[in-house]
Write a protein that binds this ligand. Structure first.
Ligand SMILES: *Cc1c(COP(=O)(O)O)cnc(C)c1O
Length: 460
């Protein structure tokens, strides 16, 4: 039966693939040494992803600024890589703001988004000259008062309600934008209006291009208030591919409820393959012609003297990390088994959005004593459970086809988890320690590692 089961091989960056293939012993050593699931991070790959976005801006001759959306991963090393690459960071809390400063990002390069931001955050942002995306009129009122108290001038963008996503709770309506513009115009000593922003859900380049067209026209209208906007922030949501096109298509066609433990059903899955992802998607947005316009967005931006700002989170973390769990035990259940690992599904966030992180985990069998007979390698299907007492704590509901039965001490590698999967939902539930993050450098003869930073909750 195992020959017939749906598979979804994970895409691996060649350098990471080589690292896994050539340094299995080191991966076992680290997993043992830290006695927990571990997240391995590759900030060099992050820097390459940044460069790919910047290349598109250069090629299309568009003035632009990239901001890394920090919420996609809590690690310090990526913010530091952002600082080193000279890009900005998008934050939404005092903690994230402080973290960005601590990693060497200057206030001017910090963008602040999020709904109804706390006064503390607004004050911090004003004092550090950060760029604040305003989400409501009352927030703008509070910001103006704070800027007056601080005797500073607040830099603002006005966040637009997405024209095509009426269900969004974010942004200002057309009428509210008008009021916000007059507030900016009459409070020039405390706010400077720099432009418009939006962030759309979904992964459509066309929707982003169209909304950017609306923002370009809004910039032209704002000039009637004698304001001089020069930035359009198109937010994030750049798609990422975790699997090859054919594999993803075949998987979707083959998978059925019986392939999942407890015949679990899901609301839907992330599009694990996108024909147009990452920086390529930025190119599609810039070369697209927005609705109601006759020229590509790139031309419109240039003609109106506007710069574009983008806030990728997930796409900058493409191939910048993977997660390693150790198998603690395996229980046979008829035609499949349940492998329980030494961590929880909180380390694979997709599992907490009525969905599943689908790319196949990879089994690294424990280093064997040469005296022992080699393990029989008969194909075996297993789902993967977490070490908690929650029935729903499944790291993988799907009965994954492994080449052999997992055994205690084996490792399971989950590829490409840096974007959102790793840590957005982690908690020290059951007093389990938070998995440490190890920063890997692959440029020497032997890979080097260091701890990203010790979390106050790591139990260490
Ligand atoms: C979450 C978020 C992003 C990043 O989204 P990705 O899908 O990770 O690219 C960017 N901007 C804002 C305002 C966000 O809330």
């Amino acid at each position: 039966m195992v020959n017939d089961v749906p598979r979804l091989p994970a895409l691996w960056d060649p350098a990471l693939r080589e690292f896994v293939d050539e340094h299995e012993a080191m991966i076992h050593e680290l997993a043992n040494g830290f006695d927990a699931p571990i997240h391995l991070l590759f900030p060099q790959r992050f820097a390459r992803n940044v460069a790919a976005f910047q290349r598109v801006l250069d090629e299309r001759q568009v003035a632009g600024r990239v901001y890394y959306a920090k919420k996609a991963n809590k690690a310090r090393c990526f913010v530091r890589a952002a600082a080193e690459s000279g890009i900005g960071v998008d934050v939404a809390s005092v903690g994230e703001f402080a973290d960005a400063l601590a990693a060497g990002v200057c206030g001017e390069d910090i963008g602040v988004s999020g709904p109804a931001k706390a006064n503390d955050l607004l004050r911090l942002a004003v004092l550090h000259d950060a760029l604040i995306a305003i989400d409501s009129l009352d927030e703008l009122g509070r910001l103006i008062a704070i800027a007056q108290q601080c005797e500073c001038i607040a830099r603002v963008l006005l966040r637009m309600e997405p024209a095509a996503q009426t269900g969004s709770r974010f942004g200002l309506s057309v009428a509210a934008l008008d009021s916000a513009l007059s507030m900016c115009a009459s409070n020039r000593s405390s706010v400077v209006f720099e432009g418009f922003s939006f962030h759309l859900s979904g992964y459509s380049a066309v929707a982003r291009c169209n909304q950017a067209g609306i923002a370009v026209r809004a910039c032209a209208s704002a000039r009637a208030f004698d304001l001089s906007p020069y930035t359009i922030n198109i937010g994030g949501g750049f798609a990422m591919s975790y699997a090859g096109e054919d594999d993803w298509r075949a998987f979707q066609a083959a998978q059925k409820p019986g392939d999942y433990h407890a015949t679990k059903m899901f609301d839907g899955f992330y599009p694990y393959h996108s024909a147009c992802s990452g920086a390529q998607m930025l190119d599609a947005i810039l070369t697209g012609v927005p609705d109601g316009e006759s020229k590509p967005l790139a031309d419109l931006l240039r003609e109106h003297g506007l710069q574009i700002m983008l806030e990728p989170g997930r796409a900058l973390l493409d191939q910048a990390g993977f997660t390693v769990f150790a198998v603690q035990g395996v229980k046979d259940r008829g035609d499949y088994g349940i492998a329980t690992v030494n961590g929880t599904s909180f380390s694979v966030s997709e599992q907490w959005f009525a969905s599943e992180f689908l790319p196949d985990p990879e089994l690294l069998s424990a280093a064997r004593d040469l005296q022992q007979p080699p393990r029989a390698s008969r194909p075996y299907r297993a789902c993967v459970g977490g070490a908690s007492c929650l029935d729903s704590d499944m790291v993988t509901w799907r009965k994954v086809a492994f080449a052999q039965r997992p055994e205690p001490g084996d490792l399971l590698l989950y590829a490409n988890t840096a974007g959102y999967q790793m840590d957005s939902n982690e908690s020290p539930f059951h007093e389990l320690p938070l998995p440490p993050k190890l920063v890997m450098t692959l440029d020497g003869a032997r890979p080097r590692w260091r701890v990203d930073r010790l979390s106050p909750f790591s139990g260490a």
